[in-house]
Design a protein around this ligand. Structure first.
Ligand code: ZN
Length: 71
């Protein structure tokens, strides 16, 4: 089974990472302690953390805007 990291969006075999069961019955999956700590302990915004999917998506948009401005 492949699980997707709640924080960085990376897809990985689920036995490699950390599963968290929340009180409302939903689960959070983290690909490693790096994402786990960043999300829960440091409460980082994933759009500001360079290794996440959210950051890369935002970055791509910025690059597109820049190249359009140059033209
Ligand atoms: Zn992750």
């Amino acid at each position: 089974m492949i699980a997707k990291c709640t924080f960085c969006g990376k897809e990985q075999e689920d036995f490699m990472g950390v599963y968290l069961l929340k009180n409302d019955g939903s689960t959070n999956y983290y690909c490693g302690s790096k994402c786990h700590k960043s999300h829960l302990k440091l409460k980082r915004d994933r759009k500001r953390v360079s290794w996440t999917e959210a950051y890369r998506n935002m970055h791509k948009v910025k690059i597109k805007v820049k190249t359009q401005e140059k033209k």
